[in-house]
Design a protein around this ligand. Structure first.
Ligand code: ZN
Length: 198
């Protein structure tokens, strides 16, 4: 099976060069993406593919349940590089309906380390408990929690000092919240875009 992946890779690289002889030469020179994607690690949510972008066009950070925790050095390093060095114009937090991480955060089962990682989702749940419990269907309730989680992560990104300082310098930067549907391949914009400091 691994051999198949290597064959796929060679065929893919050949197709890219056939369509655009200088494709890889240009990418070696520099990357200049305009977007930072913060998405779930779920294999069904492949960042570049969903928005039909080539290598070099999307800076990507993925983790379980698309979190932007203000103490996570991995996420913060990606965010600072994207904002300060690449000067991306848009940060897009992308959740997805049917997210296993969201359900795992609140289903009461113990899984180990990931329970700690998912703690911020339990906070979102607690803050919206009444509204969520008013949704009788479990799947619908989890889907709403997916949306609320994206909204929270958008606020995390927007309130981060790297982003606040970028806005202070007059840098153009918007933070968006989307949810992707595994069922039809479409993203929904949650209309929670933040374009500058309060
Ligand atoms: Zn997920």
């Amino acid at each position: 099976m691994i051999e198949q992946l290597k064959e796929n890779n060679r065929a893919w690289a050949a197709r890219k060069i056939a369509a655009d002889a200088d494709f890889f030469k240009r990418l070696v020179g520099q990357q200049a993406p305009e977007y930072l994607w913060i998405g779930c690690a779920d294999s069904r949510v492949p960042a570049n593919e969903i928005v039909d972008l080539d290598p070099g066009e999307l800076f990507v950070h993925r983790n379980v349940a698309n979190l932007a925790p203000p103490q996570d050095a991995n996420y913060l390093s990606v965010l600072q590089f994207a904002v300060d060095v690449l000067k991306v114009k848009h940060v897009i937090v992308v959740g997805h309906y049917g997210c296993g991480g969201i359900a795992a955060a609140v289903d009461g089962k113990r899984r180990g380390l990931v329970d700690h990682w998912l703690h911020p989702i339990r906070e979102v749940y607690a803050e919206n408990r009444e509204a969520l419990l008013a949704i009788p269907d479990w799947t619908a309730r989890m889907n709403r929690l997916c949306e609320l989680n994206v909204m929270r992560q958008v606020r995390n990104v927007a309130s981060d000092v790297f982003v606040q300082d970028a806005w202070g310098r007059g840098q153009s930067l918007s933070v968006h919240g989307w949810v992707y549907s595994l069922a039809n391949g479409l993203v929904t914009d949650l209309d929670v875009t933040i374009c500058g400091a309060d």
